[in-house]
Design a protein. Structure first.
Lengths: 405, 302, 224
């Protein structure tokens, strides 16, 4: 055998290992506390779990409100087939963000305190409330899928009546908390590298979330096409990519003007680690996708679109991790001579949360009407077509003769 | 009355009495630690400058900001700037997000990383301890109770009459006023506790009266909008490792600038989205109607 | 450092995935069981949607909005041709008649002419697919549609066309007939590929190996 393990099984095995690792890490985290499970410290109180599970996670789930807005508010109906997978990803994404938060909180069992001890001056309070309400809104936006599956017509009718207010609410909530994730860092101007600290952080976070929401939708569509033969039409994804590039160009123009205005451009030639990370961010999120998209014959194909969007997603991750972690590194080094790198336990938890996202998405696509109803078709295996014994027989077959002429 | 602490580094001889008293009053193990942590609310560190030939002992503790970043970021409002001047943390509210630790411009709040029910810890300005003398009543099991008859707890410990007496004695100064344990213990009056305005005036007076003995700066009076812990020194604060790059504007203002716009944003965006929806769906309706009309006309002609 | 690590980690996973995919492409037989993605074209299959009407000349038509016919080429001829370099269709407004050769597929400098599955006036053409013939390979029944016509004699036209089970049986026949055609046309079995040896005759790209004369024969025998 040239290849012992077929592909699906290979990734299934990997997913199993990842989930198992996460389980072990979870036991350590909740059994022995944050100190044992993580590399967090008094100096670096926030690490991978905040940076990736929450800040990146919420961003990657932005496709839900973006697509819902495009289709239901701007009434561009041809994107309708994409709304469901996007809302599903958003719902799963936010649910997993909350799981990640429960890992990170020192006293997760008090998370409901947010509801009764409200501090309206806290950005985190605003983020927390928005995430909580928005997850509920997403559950409601997703409800028709489940109702359809179980043919609950009355409930469906009710849901249909409140669709538009629900979607407007969802967009407002997303605007608020997507941008507020950036506002979280407005309070530490003296700790962050000038590349990433900007009074404009909330605006940047919001705009880039729209772009990556579109990018994630393309990526998901490609992956589900591979795994489930359930897919969306390429030309729709191509249009999404075009919108994505429009948003990205606005975003990077603003970033550039911001760097210029804050007089941070002169760092660009200092050859430091931060500079390299900034280039990586710009390269992955803008330059490489633009180049890929414009390769003739490839950029417009399904695979080309996937790589284009995937690069944007990677660039987005780089940006969020740069804001949350890279930008603080030099401060920690200078002040305390330490740096932060996540422990095996932190990595295991984060990886298993992402894996859980993939698995749940897969199950939902398999059992719920997520992708547009596909035309039934018969697929004939060429080698199963009847072999006919001899040539003369065809000539003698009047039906074949008739058909031929 | 808002209280404050004035630390005159020129008076400090580095005896460590402040640190020991702090550890004692909070029932922490007495170790000489140079780093703040969950069981060290104040540290004493020697800064030597070989060129100038100066030796300065530097005390570090919570600055008790006037407009604290830690309190503003806390989503459940567990951290509070009290009228007393102390910035306090409420165990009953905290959910353990540690945003306060990130937000603090002085990197003060510390965490019980090894605990299953971790607390955020930092200097309390002996807030509860200073008020303990007001509660003289003891219940029949020997625990101190407040006016409502509830047992008083400090750090989750119920206080016995003996505890109260020792704490009260540690937080009562020679003038029979309540003060922080560190200031009571200080033998050279390097750490003073008192009314914030009075101490600030005192600090400025000392600089004015003895300009050769001090650098002309009261550290803590302007940083991040002013704090309730002031420092005087005869060498530059930067060389002593103080956080000298801080703005004079209070940090919470930066996030409030954004947060206060939220109601406007919600209303504007809500109306805008509603309008866009109305226009686009109306356009659809009109188009459908026109198509209908066209079809009817076509039918008539044929 | 963390950001860099995360990006590299994701990139490595993507790399592993690409490597595995590449191996599947190299050993398609092993992949067949695991991967039936039509877009990947790993297994030799021909797709027949239930709601599409097939002309015996391997073009299809589908009723849209009740009064339009979407027209394209079928999966069989697309697969047999292997790759398509260019497509030409009549201009908008022209009238096409069922059975008239109006669609031209180009491959290298060879041409194949396919007939219109029904008569009518061309209403619009799929410029996306004309500019990017790759779309015909991805899905000849959806993204790869070629033109929209307004049918003029739909009822009588439909009589000529295969649909559903009839289409399935017809395509099966066609595949068998195509094998025989290949065996007869190609003296050297080696030309059509090594897999001849394991008994199966490949359909994919089989036409690429035929010269002009045989292609002419194919057109006459299969595309009319």
């Amino acid at each position: 055998m040239k290849l012992a393990i077929p592909r699906i099984t290979f990734w299934k095995a990997v997913a199993g290992i990842f989930l198992l690792g996460g389980l072990v890490a979870a036991v350590v985290r909740f059994g022995w506390g944050l100190g044992v499970a993580t590399n967090l410290s008094d100096v670096t109180p926030w690490g991978l779990w905040i940076g990736f599970d929450i800040v990146v996670g919420v961003g990657l789930a932005a496709g839900g409100f973006t697509l819902a807005g495009i289709v239901h508010i701007f009434n561009i109906k041809r994107f309708k087939p994409i709304v469901r997978p996007a809302i599903l990803t958003a719902f799963l994404g936010y649910s997993l963000v909350i799981v990640g938060l429960l890992f990170d909180l020192g006293r997760p069992w008090f998370i409901w305190h947010m509801l009764i001890y409200q501090n309206p001056h806290s950005v985190l309070f605003e983020v927390g409330m928005c995430v909580m309400i928005y997850t509920t809104v997403l559950a409601l936006e997703f409800a028709p899928v489940v109702l359809e599956r179980f043919r609950l017509q009355k409930a469906l009718k009710v849901m249909k009546a409140i669709t538009i207010p629900l979607i407007i609410l969802g967009i407002l909530l997303s605007m608020l908390h997507q941008s507020s994730l950036g506002s979280l860092y407005l309070i530490v101007p003296q700790k962050m590298h000038p590349y990433w600290y900007s009074p404009m952080l909330p605006v940047f976070f919001f705009i880039s979330a729209i772009a990556v929401g579109l990018g994630m939708t393309i990526v998901e569509s490609y992956l589900s096409a591979r795994a489930f033969q359930k897919t969306l039409e390429t030309h729709l994804l191509r249009d999404l990519a075009r919108i994505m590039f429009g948003v990205l160009l606005v975003y990077f123009t603003m970033r550039f003007i911001d760097l210029l205005r804050r007089d941070a451009l002169h760092y660009l030639v200092d050859g430091s680690f931060e500079t390299m990370m900034l280039y990586l961010e710009f390269g992955l999120m803008l330059v490489i996708p633009l180049l890929l998209f414009n390769i003739r014959g490839f950029g417009q194909s399904r695979a080309g679109l996937f790589f284009t969007a995937f690069s944007v997603v990677l660039g987005f991750m780089t940006n969020r991790l740069n804001v949350t972690l890279t930008s603080l590194e030099s401060y920690y080094r200078e002040m305390f001579g330490t740096s932060y790198f996540p422990s095996i336990g932190e990595l295991a938890v984060t990886i298993s949360i992402v894996t859980a996202g993939f698995v749940l998405f897969g199950l939902a696509v398999k059992y719920l009407p997520i992708f547009p109803h596909h035309e039934e078709e018969t697929v004939i295996d060429v080698n199963e077509a009847p072999e006919r014994a001899a040539a003369p027989k065809i000539d003698g077959d009047p039906a074949a003769q008739l058909r031929r002429h | 009355m808002s209280h404050a602490i004035l630390v005159d580094l020129t008076e400090c001889v580095g005896c460590g009495a402040c640190r020991d008293a702090c550890q004692q009053v909070h029932k922490f193990p007495e170790i000489e630690n140079t780093k703040l942590d969950a069981q060290n609310f104040t540290t004493l560190r020697l800064c030597e400058d070989a060129e100038e030939g100066t030796e300065t002992y530097v005390r570090q503790m919570c600055q008790h900001c006037q407009d604290p970043a830690c309190a503003s970021v806390c989503l459940v409002g567990a951290i509070e700037k009290t009228a007393d001047g102390a910035v306090t943390w409420d165990e009953g509210k905290c959910i353990g997000c540690r945003y306060c630790m990130l937000a603090c411009p002085f990197d003060i709040p510390k965490y019980e990383w090894e605990s299953g029910n971790p607390k955020v810890r930092k200097c309390t300005m002996c807030h509860q301890e200073r008020h303990l003398a007001e509660n003289a009543k003891v219940d029949n099991e020997g625990f101190v109770i407040d006016r409502n008859g509830d047992r008083i707890e400090i750090d989750g410990r119920e206080i016995t009459a003996d505890d109260r007496d020792s704490i009260v004695s540690m937080t009562t100064n020679d003038d029979d006023d309540r003060a922080t344990a560190c200031s009571v213990a200080c033998p050279t009056a390097a750490t003073l506790f008192g009314d914030r305005d009075e101490l600030l005036a005192e600090a400025h007076a000392r600089i004015k009266d003895n300009p050769d003995d001090y650098v002309p700066q009261v550290y803590g009076s302007k940083e991040v909008g002013g704090t309730s812990v002031f420092y005087l020194s005869n060498v530059s604060f930067e060389s002593l490792g103080f956080y000298t790059k801080l703005d004079h504007e209070a940090l919470p203002q930066r996030t409030w600038n954004v947060l206060e716009k939220i109601p406007d944003i919600v209303v504007t965006a809500g109306v805008a989205l509603g309008a866009v929806y109305w226009i686009t769906s109306r356009r659809d309706e009109v188009r459908r109607y026109e198509d209908e009309v066209k079809k009817q006309k076509a039918n008539k002609h044929s | 450092m963390v950001a860099l690590f995360v990006i590299l980690f994701v990139a490595v996973l993507l790399g592993i995935d690409l490597f595995i995919q590449a191996r599947h492409r190299k050993y398609p037989i092993m992949a067949a069981a695991a991967d039936a993605a039509p877009a990947a074209g790993l297994r030799e299959t021909v797709r027949i949607p239930k709601s599409v009407f097939f002309h015996p000349g391997h073009t299809w038509a589908r009723l849209q909005d009740g009064d339009h016919l979407e027209v394209g080429i079928d999966d069989f001829v697309q697969k047999a041709l292997g790759s398509i370099d260019g497509v030409t269709v009549p201009a908008v407004g022209e009238f096409v008649r069922q059975g008239d050769p109006v669609i031209t597929l180009r491959h290298d400098n060879k041409e194949l002419h396919l007939v219109a599955p029904a008569s009518g006036q061309v209403q619009s053409i799929n410029t996306d697919a004309l500019e990017n013939p790759q779309l015909l390979r991805e899905n000849p029944y959806r993204e790869g549609w070629l033109m929209m016509i307004k049918p003029s004699e739909l009822a009588s036209n439909l009589g000529m066309l295969h649909v559903a089970e009839s289409a399935v049986n017809w395509i099966k026949e066609e595949i068998s007939r195509f094998r025989e055609f290949l065996n007869a046309s190609v003296a050297q079995p080696a030309i059509v590929g090594e897999s001849m040896l394991d008994g199966g005759t490949p359909v994919s790209g089989a036409l690429e190996h035929l010269d002009g004369e045989h292609l002419q024969n194919f057109e006459e025998q299969f595309l009319r």
